[in-house]
Design a binder for this molecule. Structure first.
Ligand code: NAP
Length: 346
């Protein structure tokens, strides 16, 4: 099923900080962008409309919000700004040109992009209902999601701001975590980095690792071992998270003996890796071994396919911040604009 004979100048896939920023820049450059914002998924999920910030309560490090802002409110502002310049969004109500007050709630659902045929130009972008859209250029900004263990209470408390988070840099400095015993799950570089960061605020940080050896690089592992505020609990996995409105303890199981015990904590941080939302691109453009989109040139947004640009956490396993994703969305739109101009498409 084909939409019509129109060829879009640019289609943006994704609706986190990178996707909306790309849309804002593309719209202001008169590229009339069409956005696949994605359907809400239950957590743990692959793509959330609005991205990972929809799971974040208080955002205190996004410049321009001195009093802080909630993740969903921030994403709503991004969307409204894109809508102000007539960004169109694919929904089951057709294209919505006017989402100027998304806080009112939508009476329609945003659509996912199912796949993109990048083997020929114009590219064929296929929506979840099999409608085909044609585009001269595509910006992929589908993000990545933090991995969760998948425990029911972990999810409930993460959603309600109950002291469970998958981002210490985002949430660790909140007053609720001050001078408490905090736990970090994982044994990789992120877990060490997050545990070290949390020692600035916590009275003590317990790293919970399922094996008896860290995966983290030697230098990072040494950093954790040498930090007097960090204790590593070896061979342990969380099997439950306790607490009603606020976390009170983590129930741990020893992976060697099977023994269970409670660890009283004021906060739990997951650092067990991220999964980029790039499964729908497999075989179409180059991904790295962890399935992040490979950029063709450092500091640019170009990919292995000419006319396809990448931005945000789906290309970035290092910084993973809203502000860096937004910056990359800006770069992708500028790269797309220049590339289209080079092709004679204005
Ligand atoms: P990672 O290296 O994949 O480590 C994930 C950790 O989580 C591992 O220790 C793993 O245990 C554990 N884990 C996975 N699933 C689990 C589960 N269901 N339950 C309990 N534990 C679980 O991920 P990462 O630490 O986020 O790092 C990702 C990449 O970014 C790496 O290449 C890393 O070097 C890089 N990075 C670098 C820096 C830096 O250099 N400053 C900082 C952050 C990240 P096992 O070890 O048993 O598999």
């Amino acid at each position: 099923m084909s939409q019509d004979n129109a060829i879009e100048k640019v289609i943006v896939v994704g609706s986190g900080p990178a996707g909306w920023t790309a849309a804002i820049y593309a719209a202001r450059a008169n590229l009339d962008p069409l956005v696949f914002a994605g359907r809400p998924k239950t957590v743990p999920s692959t793509i959330l409309p609005g991205g990972q910030l929809m799971m974040t309560t208080e955002v205190e490090n996004y410049p321009g919000f001195p009093e802080g802002v909630t993740g969903p409110a921030l994403m709503s502002q991004f969307e409204r700004q894109a809508a102000r310049f007539k960004t169109r969004i694919v929904t089951d109500n057709g294209f919505t040109p006017d989402v100027s007050n998304p806080d009112d709630g939508h009476s329609y659902s945003y659509h996912d992009c199912k796949r993109i045929d990048m083997s020929k130009r114009p590219f064929v972008v296929v929506g979840e209902d099999d409608t085909e859209y044609h585009a001269h250029s595509v910006i992929i900004a589908t993000g990545a999601t933090a991995n969760w263990i998948g425990l029911e209470n972990e999810q409930r408390l993460a959603r309600s701001g109950g002291g469970v988070s998958a981002c210490a840099v985002c949430d660790g400095a909140l007053p609720t975590f001050r001078d408490k015993v905090l736990a970090v799950v994982g044994g990789g570089d992120s877990a060490v980095e997050e545990a070290s960061y949390l020692t600035k605020f916590a009275s003590k940080v317990c790293m919970i690792h399922r094996r008896d050896e860290l995966r983290a690089s030697k230098i990072m592992a040494k950093r954790a071992m040498d930090n007097p505020k960090i204790e590593i609990l070896w061979n342990k996995i969380p099997v439950d998270v306790l607490g009603d409105d606020m976390i009170s303890a983590v129930r741990l199981k020893d992976t060697k003996t099977g023994d269970e015990s409670n660890l009283e904590v004021g906060g739990l941080f997951l650092a067990i890796g991220h999964t980029p939302a790039t499964g729908f691109l497999e075989g179409q453009l180059e991904l790295d071994e962890k399935k992040y989109i490979k950029l063709a040139e450092p500091y640019r947004s170009t990919t292995s396919v000419e006319g396809v640009f990448g931005a945000g956490d789906c290309v970035d396993s290092t910084y993973r911040q809203a502000i860096t994703a937004a910056g990359m969305g800006c770069k992708a739109a500028l790269d797309a604009e220049r590339w289209l101009a080079d092709q004679g498409i204005e």
